[in-house]
Design a protein around this ligand. Structure first.
Ligand code: HEC
Length: 188
């Protein structure tokens, strides 16, 4: 028993050593570089949001025109949400880590009606520059439509997902934009 085990055991060890040795020789410098970049990008994303002082903008329902009620019972006024309410600009735009998470949220909360890649299904496509509500060209209007709802099946997302999650979903939708760059008004 011992005799038959020993050779295979040591050859396994040998293979493991060789694998480590080889990967140390060949793959290490490049993969190290990639990891460092990715990690620092995530760190920047998590710490960079500084909330300005000053009053919040007024947010109104896209359909009703009435001021939006922000008491949605979700209770997570994150730095991103606070900053967004002062500037109307989504601090999560271009943040790769958040965009990835935004797609996960989109897949559960929106894709059933808007299609897996927001190509349109029951609801309209969201990746191009055609908007039923022109205010959606701006992040403020985009948020107002998602939070407060549109017509018919497009009910308010208020209370279903948090305000921070709405900003995350928005960052993903902006990341797949393929319309006319001049109409990407949220960038200005
Ligand atoms: C039950 C189906 C349904 C779900 C779920 C849904 N939508 Fe919609 N959505 C619609 C329909 C239908 C419309 C068109 C309504 C209108 O024009 O007022 C619409 C319209 C919109 C618009 C306006 C587009 C424009 O051209 O101006 C936006 C933005 C939007 N949805 C985003 C979202 C996001 C983001 C989510 C997920 C958080 C979501 N929707 C979830 C059905 C849905």
């Amino acid at each position: 028993m011992y005799k038959s085990l020993k050779p295979s055991h040591s050859s396994a060890l040998c293979a493991a050593f060789l694998a480590t040795f080889l990967s140390a020789c060949h793959a290490s410098p490049q993969s190290e570089k990639v990891t460092t970049t990715a990690e620092s990008a995530v760190k920047v994303a998590a710490t960079e949001i500084v909330v300005d002082s000053g009053p919040d903008l007024e947010f109104r329902g896209t359909i009703s025109g009435d001021p939006l009620d922000f008491k949605d019972g979700k209770g997570d006024d994150t730095p991103a949400v606070k900053q967004f309410k002062k500037t109307g600009k989504n601090p999560y735009n271009n943040d790769e880590a958040v965009i990835k998470n935004g797609y996960t949220i989109f897949s559960t909360a929106c894709s059933g009606c808007h299609g897996h890649l927001a190509e349109g299904k029951l609801g309209p496509a969201l990746h191009d520059d055609y908007w039923t509500y022109p205010g959606n060209q701006f992040d403020k209007g985009f948020f107002e439509t998602i939070y407060g709802g549109g017509q018919g099946m497009m009910g308010p997302q208020k209370g279903l997902i948090s305000q921070d999650e709405i900003l995350q979903v928005m960052s993903w939708i902006r990341s797949i934009y393929d319309g006319d760059p001049k109409k990407a008004k949220w960038k200005k």
